[in-house]
Design a protein around this ligand. Structure first.
Ligand SMILES: Nc1ncnc2c1ncn2[C@@H]1O[C@H](COP(=O)(O)OP(=O)(O)O)[C@@H](O)[C@H]1O
Ligand SMILES: [Mg+2]
Length: 623
């Protein structure tokens, strides 16, 4: 509830000329949006929207806000009359939804309008007929109802442009939805033709995070909650940077259309290119192709740092410092997405996996002889690092002891071991078709695409090595490389030889030493230590092919992630490689610790949970 009641006044001419001019009422939903804006500005805790014929015949918005004084009712219908701003300074730091003083006047000019209101602290309510100007007492509790009948009755040409009632109703509901997502502390109800079509009850929980989650679940569905990560930035001390919070969908929840992207600036729903671009770019590394992420993002910032007076419908804003906003949003979303869900930090109550494929048949046998997995630090998790010098081809049925180094950790072996029941990705039990790892956790079965998962782990490791500045920034950033005792040579094209020479420095940065052996032969002398497992020649060839397309000086800045992703693909464990349980478990534990490990480098999921409930359903158990 606003602390003080401000009088409704006609804006001075010089201020009117500053306000973005234009049409506000296009269709019933525009009226709904404006009227709900007004209800919220009046401090309402309950907003009821009643509609007939998709809002064309009737829109009534009722609130329990502070109401309008009897003598001010006629002023409210005048153009450029508002209680929300009074001078240029106010216009430059608008904190309310409305400020133009035009909505009621505009609506009254194209429809049959009435306002019923009882002001807070007064015993009587009054009705003002917008057409006749007649004012009479009525019975009403404190608050305001605005009734709008027969939209565009005097402009049939515009009425013709309206779509079916069902479509207009859908737009009206969407308008209320956008408000509802911004205000978990307010109850909303929508009635159509006397039937309740939507109702979202206010959440009285004092914790805003809980309140928001409840509202997001009510409005967007529980699935949105289980399929999203929480975004939260710490308030900045200088108040210059925006505070950002909300929820962002996991890459798996992305859609073909951008229809679940909600962005708010100081409580106002906006469609803003800076915000949309920042959010999309945060998904760059985990969501490929044209899929659209889902999110509800909220920014709070000093109102003086954002101009809301850009567009008559107030759906666009202009930031004083859009770079800062872009960076803030991008980082906040990236941080939220980086946490692997498998880390168990935010494993949703029931992580619904994709519907089970009917042809899914898994033979999981757990013979007695399966060695129990050791929870001792450093024991059993990974085989002893066993660096082999030189390359070994990937072969089906490759001897398991040879792949010991694959998941060798670069840092300490294992931090605090947690009891095995608590490993989010569980304990490996089998390998399927040389492609999948099957593991058992408390919820049931975990299926991991081992190549996809390992590729992400290697990629993140390469990125970390390249980005971490050792010392006080004195050393050049390079990927840790591993010299090969016996260099691997291969017949190279003249292009490849030239590229190896031109880009030799970049190659070293990437952990690769490739030098001419003869005019037509290149020798690979060192490879990144996390890639010793792969085929050095195919690694060298594809990196040279990519480098060949770039200018030597800028390639690292411009194509770093693509290069590393290519390298990771070569270094990742191939299909058909038999793994020991220790190695499988080593991979699972690394996934739990690696950022973005829920998706491979191409944005596909790396693991799925199949719950006992789903397995029971497959076997018609418990029916
Ligand atoms: N539901 C309401 N409750 C209280 N006051 C209202 C309500 N709707 C409108 N008003 C008053 O009428 C004025 C004009 O409303 P409007 O034309 O929407 O312009 P604006 O919202 O830009 O000020 C508002 O400034 C406000 O003082
Ligand atoms: Mg308004």
């Amino acid at each position: 509830m606003p602390a003080t009641r401000r009088p409704i006044r006609q804006l001075p001419d010089e201020l009117i000329s500053q306000i973005a001019a234009g049409e506000v009422v296009e269709r019933p939903a525009s009226v709904v949006r404006e009227l709900v804006d007004n209800a919220l500005d009046a401090g309402a805790t309950q907003v009821t929207v009643r509609l007939q014929s998709g809002g064309v015949r009737l829109i009534s918005v009722e609130d329990d806000g502070q109401g309008i004084l009897r003598e001010e009712l006629p002023i409210a219908f005048r153009r450029h009359a508002t209680s929300k701003i009074g001078n240029l300074h106010d216009l430059e730091s608008v904190a309310t939804m409305g400020f133009r003083g035009e909505a009621l006047a505009a609506i009254n000019s194209i429809a049959d309008c009435a306002i019923l209101s009882r002001a807070n602290g007064f015993a009587e309510a009054f009705l003002l007929d917008g057409r006749t100007g007649e004012l009479r007492p009525v019975a009403r509790s404190v608050g305001t109802t605005v009734e709008v009948k027969e939209l565009f009755y005097s402009t049939p040409a515009r009425r013709k442009f309206l779509k079916t009632d069902a479509t207009e109703l859908a737009h009206c509901i969407e308008a209320v939805r956008r408000h509802a997502l911004a205000r978990p502390d307010v109850s909303f109800a929508i009635w159509h033709e006397g039937k309740l079509v939507e109702q979202w009850r206010r959440c009285t929980d004092l914790d805003p995070v809980i309140a928001l989650d409840q509202r997001l679940g009510d409005v967007l569905g529980q699935e949105f909650l289980t399929q999203s990560m929480r975004v939260q930035t710490i308030a900045s001390d200088n108040n210059l940077r925006p505070r950002i919070w909300g929820r962002v969908g996991i890459p798996d929840a992305a859609r073909t259309r951008a229809d679940q992207q909600f962005a708010y600036v100081n409580g106002r729903f906006v469609r803003d290119k800076v915000l949309a671009h920042a959010a999309r770019s945060a998904y760059e590394d985990v969501l490929h192709g044209h899929r659209q992420p889902v999110y509800a993002l909220y920014l709070a910032m000093d109102p003086a740092r954002v101009d809301v007076n850009v567009h008559p419908t107030k759906i666009e804003v202009r930031f004083r410092d859009s770079r800062e906003v872009h960076q803030g949003v991008r980082h906040a979303v990236e941080d939220a997405l980086a946490k692997p869900r498998s880390a168990g930090l935010e494993v949703a109550a029931q992580l619904d996996s994709a519907p089970l494929n009917n042809g899914f048949s898994v033979e999981v046998r757990q013979p007695q002889s399966v060695p129990m997995y050791s929870a001792q630090p450093g024991i059993g998790l990974v085989s002893k690092p066993e660096y082999r010098f030189g390359m070994q081809p990937d072969m089906p049925g490759h001897k398991v002891s040879d792949v010991g180094a694959i998941w060798q950790r670069e840092t300490a072996p294992v931090a605090d071991p947690i009891p095995q029941e608590e490993w989010p990705l569980g304990r490996a039990v089998a390998q399927l078709q040389g492609i999948y790892i099957l593991a058992e956790n408390t919820q049931g079965l975990v299926v991991v695409d081992m190549h996809a998962a390992h590729e992400r782990i290697v990629y993140e490791r390469l990125k970390n090595q390249l980005n971490s500045i050792t010392g006080a920034g004195a050393h050049p950033r390079t990927i840790v490389s591993q010299p090969l005792l016996i260099p691997v040579t291969f017949a190279a094209t003249p292009d490849e030889v030239a590229t190896a020479e031109v880009h030799s420095e970049t190659l070293v940065t990437l952990g690769l030493v490739i030098s001419p052996f003869s005019p037509r032969t290149l020798a690979v002398r060192a490879v990144p230590n996390s890639l010793v497992q792969g085929d050095a020649v195919s690694l060298a060839r594809s990196v040279l092919a990519e480098l060949g397309q770039h200018d030597a000086s800028t390639v690292i800045e411009r194509a770093q992630n693509e290069l590393l992703s290519t390298m990771a693909c070569h270094g990742a464990v191939r299909a058909n490689r038999r793994l020991t349980l220790e190695e499988m478990n080593g991979l699972l534990r690394q996934m739990e610790e690696t950022e973005r490990s829920d998706q491979c480098n191409h944005g596909r999921p790396t693991w799925r949970q199949i719950s006992i409930k789903e397995l029971d359903a497959l076997f018609l158990r418990g029916r």
